[in-house]
Design a protein around this ligand. Structure first.
Ligand code: ADP
Length: 244
């Protein structure tokens, strides 16, 4: 946060952002359900320049067995960035950041997944970030929801995710990498649109109470846009001409 504002114009005099978007405009989003034949469910998402593939396996036996729960199924999530996903090679070993993002995505998906229907089993979600450009946790969470639905896992709702934030003293939708680095706040939101419940909310930066409220409202608008594309991805695969 901060530091690079002097060289980078985050918002010009016409209200246009550094990548040509308006303040309330998300990046281009493309979601595809399926694609991995060896996974029980899968999805691919492009969210601006983020490119992420998700494979879901299960419900299946838990190893080691003592990790299983006799009352409910468990969800395990691994978020991983490829070494080539960012400009400087990233060490392939799990970083603290990847461990944190795996945890927040797991906790954001849990309220949506009916794990109680599969006691003693695990559902594994593997997230591979092929290319990162700010907002990977939201893009990954959105794709993971589609992959879970594609695997036929019973769900209460989809989790759609999008970040809002603050740059150049303005609340913006869908923060890109430059805005994340040089802006004032980044707020990733995960939202179940039918149940109208937030399952992920983080905030990096400082906002006034009014800005906070506007940021949440703006992020939810983004989640609703993502939700329509998640539904489209699934209907294209199961009712359209999409690849099975
Ligand atoms: P998110 O991707 O959810 O926004 P962060 O705010 O932690 O999560 O990261 C913002 C962006 O910083 C990432 O999307 C990625 O483009 C970049 N980034 C993250 N880790 C690295 C890394 N090890 N090297 C270079 N860039 C990175």
């Amino acid at each position: 946060m901060g530091g690079r504002e002097a060289t980078l114009v985050l918002l010009d005099e016409n209200g246009i952002r550094c990548d040509g978007r308006k303040v309330d405009e998300p990046r281009r989003i493309m979601i595809k359900a399926g694609g991995l034949k060896n996974a029980d469910g899968s999805a691919y998402i492009e969210f601006g320049d983020n490119k992420i593939l998700v494979g879901v396996f299960g419900p299946r036996d838990v190893h080691p067995k003592h990790m299983s729960n006799t009352d409910t199924g468990i969800l395990r999530v691994r978020y991983h960035m490829e070494p080539f996903s960012v400009t400087e090679r990233k060490n392939p070993a799990p970083s603290r950041r990847e461990i944190e993002i795996s945890k927040v995505i797991k906790e954001a998906l849990e309220p949506a997944v009916m794990l109680e229907k599969f006691p003693r089993t695990a559902v594994d979600v593997f997230i591979e970030v092929l290319q990162a450009d700010g907002g990977t946790r939201c893009a990954a969470l959105s794709a993971a929801s589609v992959a879970l639905a594609d695997a036929g896992i019973p769900m209460r709702d989809m989790v759609a995710a999008c970040a809002a934030g603050k740059a150049a003293d303005t609340i913006i939708l869908d923060v890109n990498n430059e805005e994340d680095q040089a802006g004032q706040a980044d707020m990733p939101i995960g939202y179940m649109p039918s149940l109208e419940k937030i399952t992920l909310l983080q905030l990096d930066g400082v906002l006034t109470p009014e800005e906070y409220k506007k940021c949440v409202e703006t992020g939810i608008k983004g989640c609703k846009i993502v939700y329509e594309l998640q539904r489209k991805a699934l209907t294209d695969k199961y009712f359209g001409n999409g690849e099975k």
